[in-house]
Ligand binder design. Sequence first.
Ligand SMILES: Nc1ncnc2c1ncn2[C@@H]1O[C@H](COP(=O)(O)OP(=O)(O)O)[C@@H](O)[C@H]1O
Ligand SMILES: [Mg+2]
Length: 222
Amino acid sequence: MIIELNDLWRIYQIGDQTIEAVRGVSLKVESGEFVSIVGHSGSGKSTLLSMIGGLAKPTRGSVLIDGVDLWSRDDDYRSAVRNKKLGFVFQFASLIPTLTAIDNVVLPHMFNGAGAEPAAYEDAQQLLVRVGLSDKLGAYPNELSGGQQRRVAIARALVNRPVVILADEPTGDLDEQTETEVMDVLLKSAREYRAAFLVVTHNRTIAQSADRTLQLRNGGLA
Ligand SMILES: Nc1ncnc2c1ncn2[C@@H]1O[C@H](COP(=O)(O)OP(=O)(O)O)[C@@H](O)[C@H]1O
Ligand SMILES: [Mg+2]
């Protein structure tokens, strides 16, 4: 089992207000599985993905990635797991504005200590070719369209050949054509790496094409 969630909770305390964003989610996902996550705004989708991705600490419960209990380890260990095993595509492209496309994609290699090596750049270039940006290697984010920026973010998420790919509304603000292209790249890569692919989406066609659809309601699986 590549992902295992056991009674996962995330509770926010704001003043005297308690918000149970995620309430007791248990789940198992296998390698190669494509799972869509749907639910109204505020139902806890992003919070759930952040906990699986090692970005937000659960209030209670455990996240096992490839058998490793993510949140029982220290920050360094968690960062290493995140870098080696997880690819995260956020709702907005989240690129570094002062770096070119290829430098943005090489970035995860830097954290692996392979940043300056020509092989890292060759690999980043190959990934940018894969996402259809062979002519934009030297472009800065502000010289790219929204869809192109998203594709750079996808290439970056794929650098370490993740065994888990998490995508939070990766196509939310894109036109239909670009949306289809972005999803195709993600899906093809997930299949090729036999990665578990979890995608939060409002697009019914995408949701329905998944092996499995999870519905979140008020922080719980419906
Ligand atoms: N950092 C935060 N502080 C307080 N409340 C939060 C925070 N992040 C999310 N929430 C609340 O948790 C609930 C779930 O949010 P979220 O996971 O973003 O939902 P979704 O992604 O499904 O729209 C919402 O009620 C939201 O307001
Ligand atoms: Mg969200």
